[in-house]
Design a protein around this ligand. Structure first.
Ligand code: ATP
Ligand code: MG
Length: 638
């Protein structure tokens, strides 16, 4: 039996990388070989990468991804834990499912879907708490060949309706309610509100979680536990084409209206598995925990598919990092002996603001590898993570990727390729990053900065945006023909390591000097009074653009007028020391919160509008976590 290739040294990385560029067909055929295929591919790469933007990978092959996630592990790993579920409330019992048990649960759920009339190619929207049934339901969709579209269960009914209608979904899976920290949320009610505007939906399957009474819509809504009674725990998997869509997932909406990103089956599978094994350097006995919600792509690729494809034990957490207190993450790590931990800078920063005892009172001995994803991790957060969580012993992988890329693109391989604070690092084999000038010229050499684009297709490249292929072409493939355009700006350091400096649209041009938002924020965050910051440009008579900084201070600071002046002077001093006078913020506004997407990213476009004094039309704000923050910011505008 061929083994899944694993890179174990810098030399092996270099060899793999060279080969992936020089002979991609042979390279990827070898990576794909060990999976379970019903039929092999006729061509490894095909289609048109750019500007048409419809790549194909492993075309002609037939498979079902759940056979690769579950069935093929049964012989060797049937009794190994596939999923550990940790509930919101630490006093409640956790749950463990072996590969055999998960396989049975997925089969049973798949049979229920069949019985409801779900067919291959149907779209199924999921609006669910972070409970095992969410993982099971996603896999059950894949088993029957339905296209899943997971909607983060914090979105409003309007956001649900938008997504259900965009996908023309006939089925919705939800639950009676969910726990989030101290709160309980009646999700079924939110779904009901949404579905009043969704004519395509025929059936709603409701999973019982809180035991709450809910209104069941006659003829439309059914309980999962009733439907599942007496249903078989085996279910043959639907045979899928390599290029059949596996799922639709909407982007976070940091830069505008969310895009319905479509990923197909075989290429995504190969990419999720390859990147998971190699980036985290996973071993058979690892307990791996990705804190992302399944409603985000990170939850798809690195909570569910990647770990299960690799036969790993994946931990799923229902709660939030600060409940019952800011030590919860660390408690869970000790409790389940987590060895690989993957989280987002926004979570790290929120935990950094809490007293250090919260982390120091746990041993964290089991940890071996740490990961970061979602936005640039600033140096202060990187060092805190490295020192207090990783005890200076665990390599950190700062993984840059996007919903559209399907999996990790730029990252260190844990403990193998270089890891540098605030840098994502080197490309994964198969990824050919380039820096472009605004006009589209490739910038050669190291110690350079430009627009980050990807040359040549990789297996999990976005195939289309659902129902609107034109949008995919326009957004990703047409700006620079021949390349996939990421929308991010990056810097390549003297050793070829990449650092993301922010969104291209957010670059600030001060008297001809271009700054990435991450660069200035990183400097501001070095100030001991600062917890977090966001900077944007605003029109400036002399400089072209000025720098406007929104800053969150440590609790209790910056309240009084005198304090405030001192604080501003201190922040300016820090920026001047870190970058230089030219990056000195023109305006500093102290705020109690920042407008963030529900995945924790700052919506700088809103801050830019406020800084420009244009507050009447803020654009799409449906993915905003806390709209009240925006009012406060408008009120305190400088
Ligand atoms: P939209 O595309 O709708 O504006 P979004 O870009 O926030 O939303 P995602 O696909 O969730 O949606 O996020 C991808 C983006 O997140 C990247 O383009 C990049 O800006 C940022 N990002 C992700 N990981 C990292 C990282 N490790 N370092 C720096 N930036 C990152
Ligand atoms: Mg994006």
């Amino acid at each position: 039996m061929p083994q899944h290739p694993r890179i174990r040294s810098v030399e092996e990385y270099q060899q793999a990388y060279q080969r992936s560029v020089q002979d991609p067909d042979a390279f990827w055929a070898e990576v794909a070989e060990p999976f379970t295929w019903r039929r092999k591919w006729t061509s490894v790469r095909g289609g048109a990468f750019s500007p048409e933007g419809r790549s194909t990978w492993f075309d002609g092959a037939r498979l079902n991804i759940t056979e690769n996630c579950l069935d093929r592990h049964l012989a060797q790993r049937g009794n190994k834990l596939a999923l550990i579920w940790e509930p919101n409330d630490p006093k409640q019992r956790h749950l463990r499912l072996t590969y055999r048990e998960l396989h049975q649960e997925v089969c049973r759920f798949a049979n229920v879907l069949h019985n409801l009339g779900v067919e291959k190619g149907d779209r199924v929207c999921l609006y669910m708490p972070m409970i095992p049934q969410l993982a099971i339901a996603v896999l059950a969709c894949a088993r029957v060949g339905a296209i899943h579209s997971v909607i983060f269960a914090g979105f409003s009914s309007t956001a649900i309706a938008d997504r259900v209608n965009d996908a023309e979904a006939a089925f919705v899976i939800t639950a009676d309610g969910l726990n989030r920290g101290p709160k309980q949320i009646p999700v079924k009610r939110v779904v009901d509100e949404a579905l009043a505007h969704c004519p395509s939906v025929r059936k709603v399957l409701v999973v019982e979680h809180l035991g709450w009474p809910v209104h069941m819509h006659e003829g439309r809504d059914v309980w999962y536990h009733e439907e599942a009674e007496g249903v078989a725990k085996t279910c043959p998997a639907e045979e899928m084409e390599a290029e059949d869509p596996l799922f639709i997932l909407y982007t976070s909406g940091s830069t505008g209206k969310p895009k319905g990103v479509v990923h197909s089956t075989a290429g995504y599978m190969v990419w999720a598995d390859y990147t998971f094994r190699n980036v985290f350097q996973v071993e058979e006995n690892d307990v791996y925990w990705c804190t992302a919600d399944v409603g985000w792509v990170t939850g798809h690729s690195y909570l569910l598919y990647g770990p299960l494809l690799a036969g790993s034990t994946s931990l799923m957490f229902e709660g939030v990092p600060t409940y019952p207190d800011a030590g919860r993450f660390w408690e869970v790590i000790d409790k389940h002996s987590v060895s690989i931990f993957y989280t987002a800078p926004t979570a790290i920063r929120s935990l950094m603001a809490a007293p250090l005892d919260n982390v120091l009172s746990y041993s964290l001995d089991s940890l071996r590898v740490l990961g970061s994803v979602g936005e640039p991790i600033n140096e202060e957060a990187w060092y805190w993570y490295h020192t207090h969580v990783g005890k200076e012993r665990c390599p950190i992988v700062d993984t840059w990727w996007q919903t559209e890329t399907g999996g990790i693109m730029l990252s260190a391989l844990a403990g193998i390729t270089p890891s540098k604070p605030a840098h994502a690092g080197l490309p994964i084999p198969g990824v050919q990053p380039v820096l472009l000038t605004q006009e589209g010229q490739e910038i050669e050499g190291n110690d350079q900065e430009g627009y980050l684009a990807i040359k040549a297709s990789w297996p999990a490249v976005i195939r289309t945006t659902w129902g609107d292929h034109e949008r995919a072409e326009q957004t990703y493939f047409r700006p620079y023909p021949g390349y996939y355009f990421t929308g991010d700006g990056a810097r390549r350091d003297e050793n070829g390591l990449y650092r993301i400096i922010g969104r291209v649209d957010d670059v600030i041009n001060v008297s001809g000097h271009r700054f990435g938002t991450a660069e200035i924020e990183n400097a501001i965050n070095q100030n001991p009074h600062v917890v977090e910051s966001a900077v944007v440009g605003f029109p400036h008579d002399v400089k072209g653009q000025g720098i406007y900084a929104y800053v969150i201070c440590r609790p209790g600071e910056g309240q009084k007028e005198t304090d405030l002046l001192h604080l501003e002077a201190s922040i300016i001093e820090t920026v001047v020391a870190e970058i230089g006078k030219i990056a000195r913020p023109d305006k500093i506004q102290i705020v109690s919160g920042l407008p963030k997407t529900r995945s924790g990213k700052i919506m700088r476009r809103i801050l830019r509008k406020v800084a420009e004094g244009e507050t009447s039309n803020l654009g799409d704000t449906t993915t905003l976590l806390d709209p009240a923050v925006v009012d406060e910011i408008i009120g305190g505008r400088k």
